[in-house]
Design a protein around this ligand. Structure first.
Ligand code: MG
Length: 207
């Protein structure tokens, strides 16, 4: 894998997911970051997550890989060279406390191995990706089923917004938000990320 630089994530980018957590739909993209130490492979092995901080929720997301420096007017299909699926793991109980206190999200979102990711594939273009759904299967059951056409802020808007406010260049990746169906993981759960009919990657949760 080429070296990954910044890990940007979009929060509340699907209406039904914002609703299931009782959150308002944002009027501009809600961006946060994770340390690169959050990355982990989804190649079928075990993934060790913190087991002593309350519920850990899975959030399956399309991940974009940025190929080159951003300039104004560049299109998604020019700046993105690869895509993958990833999980934005969230310590949901920790996040609830943090949200009440108005504190930064890092403890809830940026912990070690909180951003497992499948192998990257060649990006076929943003419109092509709307032709099939992506899914998270937990122990063989579909628990999340999303289509990127349901995003509140589309890929172009996300890329332009991140570049304008925080910068965007080669090696950056973007977790683009999760559809509805998030929920807790338990020790031994098998999590598989699927695009169309193809399993992109899997892990077994270890707490
Ligand atoms: Mg997320």
């Amino acid at each position: 894998m080429t070296e990954i630089r910044n890990i940007y994530c979009v929060g509340r980018n699907y209406r039904a997911h914002a609703a299931e957590l009782g959150n308002d739909v944002p009027d501009q993209p809600m961006i946060f970051t994770k340390p690169t130490h959050a990355l982990a492979e989804m190649s079928g092995g075990e993934l060790t997550l913190p087991g002593d901080q309350g519920e850990i929720h899975y959030e399956a997301e399309l991940v974009l890989h940025i190929a080159k420096p951003y300039h104004e007017g560049i299109r998604v299909d020019e700046i993105v060279d690869k895509y993958a699926l990833g999980i934005d793991f969230t310590l949901r109980d920790v996040q609830s406390v943090i949200k009440k206190k108005g504190q930064p999200w890092l403890p809830a979102k940026g912990f070690l191995k909180s951003a497992p990711i499948t192998a990257f594939r060649q990006f076929p273009g943003a419109s092509k990706l709307t032709e099939e759904n992506f899914q998270l299967r937990k122990n063989g059951q579909v628990v999340q089923n999303g289509n990127i056409s349901n995003m509140i802020f589309d890929l172009q808007t996300i890329i332009d917004y991140i570049a304008k406010h925080y910068g965007l260049g080669a090696g950056d990746i973007i977790y683009t938000g999760t559809p509805e169906g998030v929920g807790p993981v338990h020790k031994g759960d098998l999590l598989e990320l699927v695009w169309g009919e193809e399993v992109f990657g899997a892990v077994t949760v270890h707490l």
